[in-house]
Design a binder for this molecule. Structure first.
Ligand code: AMP
Length: 184
């Protein structure tokens, strides 16, 4: 059983690595960013509410995210384990996750933080070319990460649940490090 949380700034390769590891372990890769982008593309009420925040590089309000996570972790495939990518994104989401997991009688194995220098992050995001990957939004997303998400490094670090991984290596090297960190 693998249950992991992927932290790290935008552009660190969280999504890519989370997906690779989830495929290997045959567990769902749960990306709140992917869920929101799908909702936006389909024009659902959630997507319509989230759109403006996403386009500006802001976090969408917790009220849009928390029920979504509760539902997703309650689905059948998530009972075999999961990798969370992009959630939690702030301390109140992390506290919510703690109480949700208690309710579900689940515990996670650890939190992975992929560390990558800012200039590499910006270059990677510009290459990716997503609609929220223009320079202004990228700068704002990095700021939001520092203000709201980076405090989770201390939050989980203080609880000895954090693994720091150098994300500025070749893709395969990062995957190899992650595989060693969480043996099957
Ligand atoms: P990501 O693909 O994880 O970089 O997410 C893309 C965008 O979706 C972010 O810039 C936020 O606007 C929104 N988003 C994704 N996950 C969350 C979350 N857990 N809380 C709030 N907003 C989120």
């Amino acid at each position: 059983m693998t249950r992991l949380i992927f932290l790290g700034p935008p552009g660190a390769g969280k999504g890519t690595q989370a997906k690779i590891l989830a495929d290997i372990r045959q567990i769902p890769h749960i990306s709140t960013g992917d869920i929101l982008r799908n909702a936006k593309a389909q024009g659902t009420p959630l997507g319509q509410k989230a759109q403006g925040y996403m386009d500006r590089g802001e976090l969408v309000p917790d009220s849009l995210i928390l029920d979504l996570i509760r539902e997703r972790l309650g689905e059948a495939d998530a009972q075999a384990g999961w990798i969370l990518d992009g959630f939690p994104r702030n301390v109140s989401q992390a506290e919510f996750l703690d109480s949700l997991l208690q309710e579900l009688h689940q515990e996670f194995d650890g939190v992975v933080n992929l560390d990558v220098p800012d200039e590499v992050l910006v270059a990677r995001m510009l290459e990716r070319g997503r609609t929220d990957d223009n320079e202004t939004t990228i700068r704002r997303r990095l700021e939001v990460y520092r203000q709201q998400t980076a405090p989770l490094i201390k939050f989980y670090g203080d609880r000895h649940q954090l693994h720091l991984v150098d994300g500025n290596q070749l893709l395969d090297e990062v995957t190899a490090t992650l595989k060693q960190l969480v043996p099957v």
